[in-house]
Write a protein of this length. Structure first.
Length: 297
């Protein structure tokens, strides 16, 4: 009608009767509580409100159509965008491997990764800000389901000049007289508490220093200058050590401490596409031996 400015011609284009068209326009004006057309015996003109609606309606309709199509595609599992929150620990190995597998198996799925601390991820899932999470030893949270995706030992990072650097592996008890460098507890409370509990089980209260700066810059500087021993999941420790030839990695021997990386998702809605991504993550873990088995070659 806005294009024709003539009730008869507009009705013909819409394949409806002129009275029906007039009735629908009146109902629309009543709903909007404003006239859209100025009618006279000689011509029909758009009001200012009518011109605004004529300009904005196609945009709104296009957005609605896009939303409908996206909803159908997400529901069918054909394509979607996955908002993935991941802890920095995963950023050097696990995340890269997982994204590569997803690209191979689900090229139509777009993953938007966001780096967060482990303690933040469950809450963001509950709030609907994320679809999936990769968190280190996350606490149980109502409304969030999860399973362990990768289980790995804790390793020590230390200068090659330190006495413990000569040992192929380091029992926890040998850390008694050392200053330990750890992530702040608030970033991954259960991971932190597990290390402290293992030290106490070995008969000593550890001396702990936390660092707030990015791991690569802060950890390497402090290991070299202060003689501290950094404790981190082995995959991260090995990546950090590559950046400095004077830093060595030694596995910490204690069956009670490990780094459990979990994949998390909201329990209220597991769409087909999200379920497919989870299946890929499980296969990725199996292929790479992340849960203790041998990697599949």
């Amino acid at each position: 009608m806005a294009e024709e400015l003539h009730f008869g011609r507009a009705a013909m284009r819409l394949y409806i009767s002129q009275p029906s068209l007039s009735h629908q326009i009146r109902k629309l004006e009543e709903t909007l509580e404003t006239p859209l057309f100025v009618r006279s015996s000689r011509r029909v003109q758009l009001t200012a409100a009518g011109r605004t609606l004529a300009k904005e309606a196609p945009i709104a309709l296009a957005a609605l159509e896009q939303a409908v199509q996206l909803t159908r595609r997400v529901g069918s599992g054909i394509v979607t965008t996955i908002r993935l929150g991941y802890t920095p620990v995963t950023g050097f190995d696990t995340l890269k491997t997982l994204l590569t597998a997803l690209q191979e198996e689900h090229p139509d799925v777009t993953v938007n990764p966001q780096e967060l601390f482990s303690a933040e991820i469950p809450g963001r899932l509950c709030d609907g800000d994320l679809d999936l999470g990769l968190a280190l030893s996350p606490p149980p949270v109502d409304g969030v389901a999860g399973e362990i995706l990768r289980r790995e030992p804790i390793s020590a990072l230390l200068c090659d000049s330190q006495r413990l650097a000569e040992a192929p592996k380091i029992p926890v008890a040998e850390l008694r007289d050392e200053t330990l460098l750890l992530f702040p507890r608030r970033l991954a409370p259960m991971y932190y508490d597990g290390i402290i509990a293992a030290c106490r089980q070995a008969g000593f209260e550890p001396e702990v220093r936390a660092f707030e700066d990015p791991p690569l810059s802060a950890m390497l500087a402090r290991l070299a200058s202060r003689g501290e021993i950094g404790l981190a999941p082995t995959s991260l420790a090995e990546h950090v050590a590559k950046s400095n030839t004077s830093i060595v990695v030694r596995e910490v021997v204690d069956p009670s401490i490990r780094a459990d990386l979990s994949i998390l998702w909201p329990t209220n809605d597991l769409a087909p596409a999200l379920a497919a991504v989870l299946d890929t993550a499980r296969r990725c873990a199996q292929r790479n031996g992340w849960l203790g088995g041998s990697p599949i070659t």
